[in-house]
Design a protein around this ligand. Structure first.
Ligand code: HEM
Length: 508
């Protein structure tokens, strides 16, 4: 002991450095080895033969790990994500889990996307006010006729102002433009005309979702122990903290103005206005509770803009790669819009566009393992396997299974239209609609936590695509198109397309 003390006295700087290193090492060991709840009865699948750790196997080669797990185990298996272990289930478990009361999508989301961390308020809002949030989305969907009219109205303004009227080819990055367009259409029905044309809000709404996705991806890709430090230096996390502040500056006065007006009307003995947008519905569902509306809107942007932007951008790429679909799709839009205009009912008549969008989602699904859930209690499967409370699981989508989709590698714009026409009875036929969910196509998830915004998203996509097809020609430029992280697919931010103005055959 004396000799240790004398070393410390002789070399105080070295001693302090050694003590700090020891504490840091202990912190790393504690954070890496504790707190991970998962199904211990199952094997882990990774690609050690490729020199990859379990976590890198999943992050870098997710689809390959999934295929290997299915091949070698013919049942559930574990994988290692940046957020800890997770159980992956073959598709045959989708139906028995679809309505499980103890399997939460929102808590899974909160865990994966760093709910509770500053800047990720949009994510925290969804889990803290799940019912308010989902009931608000259901209200939007119930008002689909109204909502569709507003989105078409907005597209008339937003599409030409996004892409201009130059008849020469011009090249752009695909995602930023499509992101702003989707943000404007969705913000019209979320916030009304007041904010949906405000460039500052639109940039926040578009970039918030990208920064949540990218920021959480980098945090998940880093060591758990170093994450709290990395978080302060990560550029996306820094932007998220700024977005949260800016959103509050823009949204709070709108809410305040509405409150003031409601108070004055009540004082005058009149009924307050019912405003048919997401702030209006959130106010009703909050039932007097003080909720943070700016975070609520960031939550809406996160749930509604990111996936819709990805789907629109992927559809444009698929259209450029499958030009034979272009003419019949244009003809379909012209025929339907000439006769019925843009409305909820006329969009239902865009049968080929519907099939095309569903095929595009099959080929580039947001997630190759859907139904991401967190077990709120122990979940017992029909095989007797217990997935413990607090653990996470997901179900494999059979998008590339040749027994479900013949020639799965081929993009067939008519695939779901043919299935629809061949199906007998309205039940099976409707299963192949873009906005429908099934165990075979989980592009919008499946079961009681399936996407409540899917009908709205499908209509928004048909409107955006319809305007873009009739008013412009499109061409894909050389370079990266899609990227995969774990089993999440997205359009590469570097993807470039060219477009030029064309004379639309009809007035839109
Ligand atoms: C193309 C666009 C979209 C895609 C691909 C998509 C996809 C998904 C998926 C895969 C899920 C998880 C479902 C499950 O695991 O079973 C989900 C959930 C959800 N989505 Fe969407 N979504 C889209 C657009 C929207 C829009 C526009 C909104 C809101 C206006 C929205 C709101 C939600 C909400 C609130 C949930 C959580 C549901 C729950 O926990 O019960 N989504 N979405």
């Amino acid at each position: 002991m004396d000799s240790v003390l004398s070393i410390i006295r002789s070399y105080p700087v070295v001693a302090v450095a050694a003590i700090l290193s020891g504490v840091a090492l202990l912190w790393v060991l504690v954070t890496q080895c504790t707190g991970d709840v998962y199904c211990k009865a199952l094997p882990f699948v990774g690609l050690p033969e490729e020199g990859l750790s379990l976590r890198d196997s999943w992050n870098q080669q997710g689809p390959k790990v999934q295929a290997k797990g299915l091949r070698e185990h013919n049942g559930p298996f574990n994988i290692m994500t940046g957020q800890g272990a997770k159980t992956i289930l073959p598709n045959r478990f989708a139906k028995e889990l679809q309505k499980h009361p103890d399997a939460s999508f929102v808590q899974h989301l909160n865990f994966d996307f760093f709910g509770g961390w500053k800047g990720f308020e949009g994510v925290s809002f969804v889990s803290a006010h799940e019912k308010v949030f989902i009931d608000t989305v259901h209200d939007l969907t119930r008002s689909l006729a109204l909502v569709t009219d507003s989105m078409a109205d907005e597209a008339r303004l937003a599409v030409p102002s996004s892409f201009g009227d130059c008849t020469e080819w011009q090249t752009i990055l695909l995602k930023p433009k499509t992101g702003l367009l989707i943000a404007q259409l969705l913000s019209r029905v979320m916030l009304g005309t007041e904010l949906c044309r405000d460039p500052e809000w639109l940039t926040i709404a578009r970039d918030y979702t990208t920064n949540v996705a990218m920021g959480s991806m980098s945090l998940r890709g880093s060591s758990k122990a170093l994450r709290p430090i990395m978080y302060w230096f990560n550029p996306q996390c820094t932007r998220l903290r700024q977005h949260a502040q800016d959103a509050n500056r823009l949204i709070a006065p709108v809410v305040q103005k509405r409150r003031e007006r409601a108070r004055k009307l009540l004082e005058a003995g009149e009924k307050p206005d019912k405003v048919a947008d997401s702030i209006g519905w959130m106010t009703i569902h909050a039932q007097g509770r003080d909720i943070d509306y700016a975070s609520g809107q960031l939550g809406m942007a996160f749930a509604g803009i990111h996936n819709t932007t990805e789907t629109l951008a992927a559809a444009i790429i698929d259209l450029c790669n499958n030009p034979e679909a272009l003419k019949p799709m244009r003809e379909e839009v012209i025929a339907v819009v000439t006769e019925h205009g843009w409305s909820r009912d006329s969009l239902n008549k865009l049968r080929l566009v519907d099939s095309f969008l569903k095929e595009s989602q099959r080929c580039h699904p947001a997630l190759g393992a859907a139904m991401g859930r967190m077990a709120l209690k122990d979940v017992t499967l029909s095989t007797g396997l217990v997935i413990p409370k607090g653990s996470r699981f997901g179900v494999i989508c059979p998008f590339m299974d040749p027994e479900v989709y013949p020639e799965p590698e081929n993009f067939d714009a008519y695939r779901f239209l043919k299935l629809r026409e061949a199906a007998t009875g309205s039940g099976p036929a409707s299963e192949y609609l873009h906005a429908s969910m099934s165990a075979e196509h989980m592009g919008f998830g499946f079961g009681s936590h399936g996407c409540p915004g899917r009908a709205l998203a499908s209509n928004e996509l048909k409107i955006a695509l319809g305007f873009m097809l009739l008013q412009y020609d499109w061409r894909l430029e050389e370079g990266p198109t899609f990227r995969t992280f774990a089993v999440a697919n997205s359009v590469d931010a570097r993807c470039r397309v060219s477009y030029r103005k064309r004379e639309s055959e009809i007035e839109l």
